[in-house]
Write a new protein. Structure first.
Length: 318
């Protein structure tokens, strides 16, 4: 085991801003951003990786492993290093590798996987089992932690607003973030702390995602896509998927809240990430700005006066 270092920053406690410049620019009212970009490694993933690392350590593991396209890997490597664990990250060969250096700077060992993202999850899952590493892959035996970790986003929104917003828009890849936030609102509703649950919009890439595709085709049961049905780009990487590990949970949350799911193109993601930077000084990954693009498109259809929170899940790489 490596030596633990002390300066780990906790995740969460992220700000909720009312974005009045954006409201004026887009003719919206009561529009808010829950900004996950201020987490220690810049995305919401810190909420779950810190929990996995604590569990792995408590259970006596010396190594934690996962397949990743970048953001989750950087986050796990950061917490793992601070807790004195080793990290092994499987990075698919199709990945642009923009966060590899950062993962290495946190001491992670990177294994290039000659497959796509979904393939890298399978291979790293097998390696974890064979080597007795803690498996924090999406969809692994430990993945119930993920939904629990993201519930805190809902809890924070409720305490920051004093109530639940009418509409909530969230970027979707595996669907884990959306499903976890829904669980948080549902728990608060069931315990009488809020009197309604937001309508949830799932935003993903026109490059392909099973949650949006299933919703658009009115399927109640998630149908995954074929690998040849997706088109990966540098911008849509965090959202692209032909199998979404928590896609069924996310799809059900969208139906239960009378929400919807929207595809967003790379051009729109780039346009809206620039707009939010220019008007509000919020640096959002283009993939993350899909939540804004989808919310704008939905509000234009159902009424721009609705109170809406968008979850911006990552910052631009600085
Ligand atoms: C910055 C960012 N936003 C959103 C997502 C999508 O989250 P999920 O896979 O939980 O649906 C990811 C996934 O990697 C991400 O990195």
């Amino acid at each position: 085991m490596e030596e633990a270092s002390a300066e780990e920053e906790p995740p969460g406690g992220t700000p909720l801003f009312r974005v009045r410049n954006l409201e004026r620019n887009l003719s919206l009212a009561k529009f808010f951003v829950k900004f996950e970009g201020v987490n220690p490694t810049g995305t919401q993933k810190d909420r779950i990786s810190s929990m996995h690392v604590r569990r792995a350590k408590a259970a006596g593991y010396d190594t934690i492993s996962l397949g990743t396209c970048g953001n989750y890997g950087a986050s796990v490597a950061y917490y793992s290093r601070h807790q004195g664990l080793k990290t092994v990250v499987g990075v698919p060969s199709s990945y642009s590798g923009e966060r590899n250096e950062e993962m290495q700077s946190y001491g992670a060992r990177i294994i290039g996987i000659d497959s796509d993202y979904e393939g890298s999850l399978g291979i790293m899952g097998d390696l974890s089992r064979d080597n007795n590493w803690y498996d924090c892959n999406p969809g692994s035996v430990n993945s119930h932690v993920d939904l629990e970790g993201y519930e805190s986003i809902a809890e924070e929104i409720i305490s920051q607003m004093g109530h639940a917003p009418e509409i909530l828009s969230v970027p979707v890849g595996n669907g884990t973030t959306l499903a976890g936030i829904y669980h948080g609102f549902r728990n608060a509703y069931n315990s009488g702390r809020i009197d309604s649950i937001p309508r949830i919009i799932g935003a993903s890439t026109t490059g392909g995602n099973p949650v949006v595709e299933s919703w658009k085709r009115k399927y109640r049961n998630l149908r995954n896509l074929r690998p040849d049905q997706i088109r990966e780009t540098t911008n849509n990487e965090p959202l692209i998927a032909y199998r979404s590990t928590d896609g069924q949970e996310a799809l059900s949350a969208i139906y239960r809240t009378s929400g919807c799911a929207e595809y967003v193109s790379d051009d729109e993601m780039i346009y809206y990430s620039r707009l939010i930077e220019q008007t509000e000084g919020i640096s959002a990954l283009p993939a993350s700005a899909s939540a804004l693009a989808a919310a704008v498109s939905v509000l234009r259809k159902i009424g721009s006066g609705r109170e809406c929170v968008i979850v911006i899940t990552g910052r631009g790489r600085t």
